[in-house]
Design a protein around this ligand. Sequence first.
Ligand code: COA
Length: 434
Amino acid sequence: MSDYKALYESKRTSAEEVAKQIQSGWLLGMDAGPTQADALMAAISEKIAQTDTKDVKVQLMLDTYAHPFLEEGWKGKMTGMSWFSSNGLRKAVNGGWADVLPAYYRDIPGHILREYEYDAYCVSVSPMDSHGYFSLATSASYSEAMMQKSKRIFVEVNKHQPRALCAPQIHVSEVAAIVENDHLLPTLAETVLDEKSIAIGNLIAEQIPDGACIQLGIGAIPDAVGAALKVKHDLGIHTEMFTSSMVDLIECGAVNNSKKQTHRGKTVTTFAYGSQKIYDFINDNPAIEILPVDYVNDPNVICLNDNVISINAALEVDLFGQVCAESVGTKHMSGSGGQVDYVRGACQSKGGKSFIAFTSTAKDDTISKIKNILTPGAIVTTSKNDVDYIVTEYGIAHLRGRSLAERAKQLIAIAHPNFRDELTFDARKRGIMV
Ligand code: COA
């Protein structure tokens, strides 16, 4: 059938009608951030609340909507399974009514293909084009793998979803149901850069040569680095998450992707999230490629570009250089995401460097983020064998290839001055040669 408009109309329905199909024991899948299907999740939650349907599971990452099933009281009825948490998922995991799927981001499509069968994949897409395709808009991530393993695909068409030209598409013939749901996409609160973040941003910017290919992670510090890079020239972007500060860098001319060895002239990412400015930038833009994460985050792909510089954040680091970026002790905060993918990719790249950066203290200077040993329960995101540079507002420590004594010395030197004596005492007590 080539009358795609007629096909569209024949599949168009309401979220409530779709929800009627959901049965006990179903596994549903969604992808990261703004492509999550919020109207479908609300309707499905409502149906489950009103009936005896139970044991429905939803895999998702980076929840950006207040999905009802992430609230307390849904245990056993509808359970969130997190590949990476923020907001509601973080609360639900810590509360004991959602679960975590540990993974390197690049491996998620592989886990999906090998381990799971989905009863439905739910996704918010841009309006259909004249050839019958919906663009998956802001997230390639693991969508193609999930669609391949799903018995049915339910789409929510949102006129505010940007049409990403170089990104996965779904044809109207492939979808089981279409629900229209127009609303502005979710955004992140604008980062307020304080003195410490600006100092860290400037320290790292000094290490980034013109022509480098950058990845900036999630959080205030990567944003501060982005702000400090506006004076650079000929930068490229090959990243996991496309952020507001990257749009600024492209618009001010610091990024033109002209020196990349792969995807020259193009910005490469696997998903985008943050501000309306980002979504407007993606729309109909052939210069941004939103590609599956098993490709984008593969260290062997990342390192095809020279001078890859990756910048990510952390919550604490011990004196060996073990990096925790996903929990505060036993309190779950996020996930591994692509941190290790980019640490490895940058270190494999000719001239590449990986920076893990954070302010030296938390909670008004009462807690040092550089620790003798990690807080019990802290999750090691980047191992001591992978770590490269650690940065605080007091300087840069280069750990890769260095001994434990050298690491401890360098890390103590960039700890907050209030904690340096205690860290030195602890290090000596355990026999580290500082
Ligand atoms: N001890 C106690 N509390 C700590 C702490 C520590 N060592 N370090 C941070 N905190 C607290 C902060 O005070 C803050 O508390 P608040 O919410 O009450 O203000 C909270 O934990 C979050 O810390 P913050 O430093 O503001 O986090 P962020 O938003 O900059 O994000 C990460 C930092 C590490 C959580 C984030 O980068 C992440 O999820 N990384 C893992 C994945 C990754 O790196 N992917 C890479 C590509 S996107």
